[in-house]
Design a protein around this ligand. Structure first.
Ligand SMILES: Cc1cc2nc3c(=O)[nH]c(=O)nc-3n(C[C@H](O)[C@H](O)[C@H](O)COP(=O)(O)OP(=O)(O)OC[C@H]3O[C@@H](n4cnc5c(N)ncnc54)[C@H](O)[C@@H]3O)c2cc1C
Length: 503
């Protein structure tokens, strides 16, 4: 143990965690109020090493182009597309902000973090084919989903996805949709770029600094107890506004604030695994993100997909994620995280969730116990000729799903979305949950600004609109704006060329 040093330093803003969320909030604030002093505390040695890292998430620019869980079938057989529209709109905000950063030379080389890749949905069986056809009809008329194609013709599918069609013997009906304007986003690279940019703007980034505790001071600021992991010293820092962007680590920190909004909230960690193809010949035969349909009983975050990815300047192929159970809140976390998060105020919420989600827990535990051969079986539903030796296993990040009491679900309801929790006076906010995640970081961080800075937001509106022209406007109601934004962001981010050569 090093010696204790008690040093008080006051700053305008502290961001806890160096993931994509803090990176996005910091970048927004730097443009809106450049004079504010911002400090970042991250317990690891670099930015974007947890969920935001490229190997820890699936890198899908979620715009609801291919994820079937965003369009559900209503009891009358029609398709509810409201969630898909919402997620698509949110992704457009991210595209616009990233384009603004590129156009303003605040970041460069967008191809290092975003690449065009067709997004596809693939289903088998008569019922699923009919669902996909209905989904296609409901979406393809909407300008946000322009360019979506549908086919149930095996010859056409062979052109689109040769690797998936080769060796397929079943004559079960099969169908797919394809939209070329999908993206693969390297959120790790984006996070690192944004922190480089923030550093160049004099934001102080303290790596290997773990936030241990938070206390409100008399004047309504927050005092953070921070462990300098290199020296072992404890340092105290104070800020008027704190964002808890600790990813899976946010819940324990939120609980330490003691704010009423932090009560009756719990977290349920879901772990993940990917299979990564190590055979370049196989990698070359596929060029799309192909999402299937979740199996009955499986949670929405475990929908398997076969994805072309661009990581470390190389085209790769990932299959998964296989969901599983681990009591850790961060990949680098502790096995005591889950138990430690159970407090007197959320005990009943957690217990209720435990009873309600028995089948999910069972599913996740079964997934953990899957052997490589069993995983290969699942992979073969996508690639009939897959060989085990062509695939390695990588451990992905942890997703801590929010558990809370809701009116519709009752006590201890598991939530699959993201949730901003903030103090009534706006002095502190935390982001919980993991889905749709990094893709909608800009939308979620704008929500943090709206909730925590209700007085300034009016003043900031003009600048926000300069950065994000569709801010405050529903794009669905402005088809002419969709076209304009789509074209200009595609050009700035280098998403226009159809045939990109990437070695
Ligand atoms: C398997 C998987 C697949 C996913 N797929 C997608 C996808 O395809 N598309 C998509 O958009 N999103 C996806 N996501 C979600 C996405 O990765 C997350 O929503 C996003 O990365 C969260 O960013 P963050 O900044 O909140 O957290 P993180 O990136 O986890 O960053 C939090 C940081 O806080 C630090 N920290 C924690 N506690 C402390 C503390 N006490 N003191 C100091 N530092 C601390 C951590 O070390 C970490 O660096 C996926 C996630 C997983 C796990």
């Amino acid at each position: 143990m090093g010696k204790m040093i008690n040093r008080q330093e006051k700053t305008d803003v502290i961001l806890i965690g160096a993931g994509v969320m803090s990176a996005t909030l910091g970048s927004l604030l730097k443009e809106l109020v450049p004079e504010w002093e911002i400090k970042v505390f991250e317990k690891l040695a670099n930015a974007g090493e947890e969920s935001s890292n490229e190997w820890n998430n699936a890198g899908t620019g979620h715009a609801a182009l291919c994820e079937l869980n965003y369009t559900s079938e209503k009891s009358d057989g029609s398709i509810d597309i409201s969630k898909a529209l919402q997620i698509n709109e949110q992704f457009q905000l991210s595209r616009q902000f990233w384009s603004y950063l590129v156009n303003s030379n605040l970041i460069s080389n967008p191809q290092d973090f975003i690449m065009p890749i067709p997004h596809m949905s693939l289903v088998h069986g008569e019922e699923n084919v009919s669902f996909l056809k209905k989904r296609f009809k409901a979406l393809s008329n909407n300008p946000l989903f322009q360019g979506m194609e549908f086919s149930d013709d095996p010859e056409k599918l062979k052109e689109w996805i040769p690797l998936i069609m080769e060796g397929r013997i079943s004559n079960e009906p099969i169908a797919a949709t394809k939209i070329d304007s999908g993206t693969d986003v390297n959120f790790g690279a984006l996070t690192r770029m944004l922190f480089d940019h923030l550093e160049s703007k004099n934001v102080e980034i303290n790596y290997q600094h773990e936030v241990r505790d938070l206390k409100r001071t008399k004047d309504g600021s927050w005092e953070l107890k921070v462990l300098d992991m290199e020296t072992g010293n404890i340092v105290y820092h104070t800020a008027k506004f704190v964002f808890i962007g600790g990813g899976g680590g946010s819940l324990p920190l939120l609980q330490k604030t003691g704010i009423p909004e932090s009560k009756q909230v719990g977290g349920f960690p879901v772990s993940g695994l990917f299979m990564v193809c190590n055979n370049p010949e196989v990698v070359e035969q596929h060029h799309a993100k192909v999402y299937g349909k979740a199996k009955v009983g499986a949670p929405p975050m475990s929908v398997p997909h076969l994805d072309t990815r661009y990581i470390d300047n190389k085209k790769t192929l990932l299959f998964g994620p296989f969901a599983g159970f681990s009591p850790k809140f961060l990949k680098t976390g502790s096995n005591l995280d889950l138990i430690g998060s159970v407090k007197p105020n959320n005990l009943f919420t957690m217990l209720a969730a435990g009873v309600k989600e028995m089948s999910l827990t069972k599913y996740l535990i079964q997934q953990v116990l899957l052997s490589n051969e069993k995983r290969l079986e699942e992979l073969r539903e996508f690639i009939p000729n897959a060989q085990l030796e062509d695939w390695d296993i990588v451990v992905a990040g942890q997703r801590v799903q929010v558990i809370k009491d809701t009116e519709t679900g009752g006590k201890g309801t598991l939530q699959f979305g993201t949730e901003v929790i903030s103090a009534a006076d706006g002095s502190i906010a935390a982001l919980l949950g993991a889905s749709p995640g990094a893709s909608t970081a800009v939308h979620v961080m704008l929500e943090v600004l709206e909730k925590c800075f209700p007085e300034q937001i009016k003043e900031w509106e003009a600048k926000i609109k300069e950065m994000i022209p569709s801010y405050g406007i529903s794009l669905m109601d402005h088809p002419e704006l969709i076209q304009e934004i789509h074209t200009s962001t595609a050009e700035t981010l280098g998403l226009t060329e159809k045939e990109l050569v990437y070695s």
